[in-house]
Structure formats: C-alpha cells, structure tokens
Design a protein around this ligand. Structure first.
Ligand code: ATR
Length: 286
C-alpha cells in the first residue's frame, strides 16, 4: 500500500465525472473510521485514459474507481483481473499488488450486498427465476451476480430484443434466456425477483412501462436507479405489498471493496452513510 504522511491516495476517473458520489462516500468512510487518506475525482477523456493509467504508480495512487466510459478500456490495461472482471470484460475498481495493476468489477457484489442488507433472506425461499430488465453493462453485472448466487433460470428482457439476444450470447450460460418485455410479462407469475437495470424511471427519463401486477406475493422488486430514491416501478411494487430495494444500496456496497484495498479497513454501509448521500442527492435536485 502506498502511504505517506497524508495516507493512501485514491481516485475515481470518468468522463464526465462532476456528479460522481464516490468522493462523498469514501470521504465519509475515511472520516468515520478516522483513517488517513484522500479520494479525488479526476476527469479524463477517452484518448488520454491509457496514459493516465500508465502514470498511476508514479503519481502515488494506491488505486481507484473507474466509471463511464472507461470500464472496458481499464480491463484491457490491467496486469491482472479477478474472475468476475474477466467474465464481465469491464472493471470499476483498481489497486496495486506490488507493481501489478489489478482490476475487479464490484457492481454485481454491490447489487447482492444491497439485497442481502435490505431484503434479508430474499434468496432463501426460492431462487427459481429472476427477470432482469435491460441489456447494458449494468444488466450484465446483475445477471452475472444472480447466476453466481445460484438462480435456476434468468430471463434478460429488453425493449430491443436484439440487445438481449447479444447479451445472452455473451454470458454463455444455459440458465439464461433472452426475451422482449411481453415475454417477461408472461413469465412474471413464476418470478422470484424482478430487477430494473434500464435507465427508465430515472430523474428526467420516462417511467418504465412495465406492470408488476402478475408477480407472486413473495417476489422482490429491485430497481438499480437511485435518483429518485423511489421510482414509479418501486412505488407500484410497494402498493402491491411486495418487498422492494432501491439503487442507493448498490452504489454504496459496490464502493466497499475498493476502500478496503486502498485504506486497509472494510467499511460498513450504515444508515448514517445512506442519509449523508441521500441529503447530497436531494441538495443537488433543489
Ligand atoms: P448501462 O448503463 O447498463 O450500460 P445502457 O447501455 O446505457 O445501459 O442501456 C440502457 C438500457 O436501458 C437499455 O437496455 C435500454 O433499452 P434499449 O436497448 O432497448 O435501448 C434501456 N432503456 C432506456 N430507456 C428505456 C425505456 N424508456 N424503456 C425501456 N428500456 C429503456
């Protein structure tokens, strides 16, 4: 680990990066745990990203987070990848082992961490079928996490069927099948979990056009969107009495492994941290 008087240095890199909550999350943990260290956001355009990564060691960084649009390039530039990062072909967390740059993708672990914390035993009763809406990078991480957790069957449903087909081909797991939204609607009565990974329902976007009426009573509905905290999808699920999980927990849980690598302690996702980040989001919307 890279230490000087001020402690290890970490970063989040993206393009753009202005709205990243990561500095607030890691800054809060550093303060709460009384650890020395710093975490800064750095805007780097795609053409400069390889040089940025090549200069990390010399700049004294212990590691950092990577966000859009650099996650795939970062995976290609790492000396070593975790098994998850290899499967996903994208990394969001970097650290050094000696001089070797290591990359992991913690989005799926963050997704599971939020479900475990906010809907305890969500996967204990049945995990026969999960329906994942969307076919982008987030859908890929969520699908990978659910397959790792042992779901028997996964439907990846997308507005554009071709993209769902392409994602299923990439995942290469016989438990996984592609569908349009109509097919997903028809499968709802047998689903144990419904996850929205699309951007629909996000602040400034149209709501997701997907009814939850046919889900069984034990089903959990998870929306990885976190602004607003309660999306129209989650509101409809709550109105039916279903258990719901929003996206903020995933954002907080995906950050924890990196913090441990750079600063040496595993941080906790507490109600206090959640309140601090929620207040920041509310402040920005005001
Ligand atoms: P990610 O951020 O996960 O990488 P992305 O590549 O930006 O995602 O893709 C956004 C996802 O949201 C896609 O699955 C997109 O569906 P299409 O492939 O059909 O475009 C989905 N999406 C965006 N707006 C949507 C809407 N209004 N209704 C349904 N799906 C929507």
């Amino acid at each position: 680990m890279c230490r000087d008087m001020t402690g290890p240095k970490a970063f989040v890199v993206g393009w753009p990066i202005a709205h990243s909550r990561s500095p607030l999350i890691h800054g809060t943990w550093l303060k709460q745990l009384g650890l020395p260290g710093s975490y800064e956001k750095i805007a780097v355009p795609p053409e400069d990203f390889p040089a940025f990564v090549a200069g990390l060691r010399a700049a004294g960084f212990a590691g950092g987070n990577v966000t859009i649009p650099h996650k795939q390039t970062a995976a290609a530039l790492c000396g070593k990848l975790t098994a998850t990062a290899q499967r996903l072909g994208a990394v969001n967390t970097l650290w050094f082992e000696g001089d070797v740059l290591v990359g992991d993708n913690t989005d799926g672990a963050g997704f599971l961490g939020a479900l475990d914390q906010e809907a305890p035993d969500w996967d204990k009763r049945r995990r026969d079928l999960a329906i994942v809406l969307g076919a982008g990078g987030a859908a890929r991480a969520v699908a990978d996490a659910l397959l790792t957790r042992g779901f028997g069957r996964l439907i990846i449903a997308n507005r554009t069927l071709d993209r769902a087909d392409a994602l299923v081909r990439q995942i290469r797991d016989a438990r996984c099948e592609a569908s349009g939204f109509l097919g997903a609607q028809a499968a709802l009565p047998r689903a144990d979990l419904l996850v929205n990974t699309t951007s629909a329902g996000m602040l400034g976007q149209p709501p997701l056009d997907f009814a939850v009426d046919d889900l069984p009573e034990h089903a959990v509905v998870d929306d990885i969107v976190y602004v607003p905290r309660v999306t129209p999808l989650l509101r409809a699920a709550s109105a039916r009495g279903l258990r719901t999980v929003g996206g903020l927990g995933m954002l907080l849980h995906q950050a924890a492994p990196g913090f441990e690598h750079w600063f040496g302690m595993r941080p906790k996702v507490t109600p206090e941290l959640r309140a601090i980040v929620e207040a920041d989001i509310a402040g920005e919307r005001r």
